[in-house]
Design a protein around this ligand. Structure first.
Ligand code: NAD
Ligand code: TDX
Length: 328
């Protein structure tokens, strides 16, 4: 059987690496990874599949390099995960978000057109819709991003849509909800909370902890992405959410219970600027048309994540200096 050649940008990141491991562990052999290895990229995530993929350390903003990699690799499919992904960092400085998420995506799109890539899977986010106090976002809801991160991802999402319309570019857009699970960088709520507990301190909860997120276990997310990549319709948008919604305070308390520590090991801290109150996706299109459903309930996913974290304390703690600098 001839395998399709799949190029994964951001394959050393949290979700991208889970996607690469998923592909290689299910027997797919032609995987190429491009990653700049920013603070968020780490090849330790790909250690278990070492030698089974081809790696390029490259910045997606480097047009010459991206062009030459695409020309050489003759890829059938690109799965584009590479991004600056953290809202709090985008509030501190939007510059790398515009560079990578907007400009980098445009460079990748043009290189893909030039090299006749057959399918482009664009990983967008639920945050492009903005917040929704009640109800759910469907794929046709307006794009109203609120943070600099979300605005940069919305710009990329709209660019992809413009290429689909203008050039009949063969792309599919996926908008996942909040992911959690193994190997997530401990700047995001769940791994940060675990790191703080391991470090003997308290979990910082923004505001009064009333903001709601829809938590998707990363393995379920990559299974959904693979399904859309193989069976999704070119030119379409797919929401990818779990329906496992929770207020942050409840999610943190469930996590504290899973860790077996006191329910009081958290503190309310200054709220995030412009903090979106709630994200919630209607993912019926993916469920009904492509028969995908998440397998992992939040309580179970948190148990897996905690068990993994206890085994990978050294890796988590190796990021502590960077986290203390970010949140000082
Ligand atoms: P991450 O921050 O863990 O990983 C991003 C990866 O991209 C890193 O390996 C980094 O080194 C690489 N990268 C950054 N800039 C680059 C550049 N200029 N050139 C090449 N590589 C570069 O992010 P993640 O959480 O794995 O998110 C992956 C994608 O999914 C992103 O596009 C993000 O917007 C989207 N997304 C994430 C979530 C979530 O909850 N984490 C939810 C919805 C959508
Ligand atoms: O210390 C914290 N305390 C806290 O209360 C942190 C880091 C976060 N929070 C809150 C903010 C959010 O309401 O927890 C919630 C989740 O925060 P993050 O983990 O930073 O994720 P969020 O801002 O919701 O964005 C995530 O989901 C969509 C990802 O980071 C994005 O990449 C993705 O696109």
């Amino acid at each position: 059987m001839q395998f399709k050649r799949i190029l994964v940008t951001g394959g050393a990141g949290f979700i991208g690496s889970a996607f690469v491991r998923f592909l290689l562990n299910s027997g797919h052999h032609a995987v190429i990874v491009i990653d700049k290895l920013t603070y968020a990229g780490d090849l330790a995530r790909l250690e278990e599949v070492k030698g089974k993929y081809k790696f390029y350390k490259a910045n997606i903003c480097d047009k010459t390099k991206i062009d030459s990699i695409l020309k050489r690799e003759k890829t059938d499919i690109i799965a584009h995960f590479a991004a600056e992904s953290h809202v709090d960092r985008s509030i501190n400085d939007a510059t790398p978000f515009i560079d990578t998420n907007v400009k980098g995506t445009q460079i990748l799109l043009d290189a893909s057109r030039k090299n006749k890539v057959g399918k482009f899977i664009h990983i967008s986010t639920d945050e492009v819709y903005g917040e929704i106090p009640n109800g759910k976002f469907s794929e046709t809801s307006p794009i109203r991003p609120n943070s600099p991160y979300a605005a940069s991802k919305a710009a990329a999402d709209l660019l992809v849509q413009s290429y689909i319309r203008t050039y009949k570019f063969p792309a599919i857009i996926i908008r996942p909800s909040n992911n959690y699970g193994l190997w997530q960088y401990p700047e995001k709520l769940i791994p940060l909370a675990i790191l703080r507990i391991l470090d003997g301190s308290k979990v910082p909860v923004y505001g009064k902890g009333l903001n709601v997120r829809e938590w998707l276990y990363v393995e379920d997310c990559v299974a959904g992405i693979l399904k859309i990549m193989n069976k999704g319709k070119i030119g379409e948008v797919y929401n990818l959410g779990s329906t496992q919604e929770g207020r942050n305070i409840d999610t943190v308390k469930l996590l504290l219970k899973t860790l077996g520590v006191s329910q009081k090991r958290f503190e309310f801290v200054k709220d995030r600027l412009g903090h979106d109150i709630r994200y919630s996706l209607n993912s019926n299109k993916l469920r009904q048309k492509l028969s995908w459903k998440p397998e992992t309930k939040l309580a179970q996913g948190l148990r897996f994540t905690v068990a993994w974290s206890l085994k990978h304390k050294v890796w988590l703690k190796s990021k502590l200096k960077d986290i203390n600098r970010l949140y000082r």
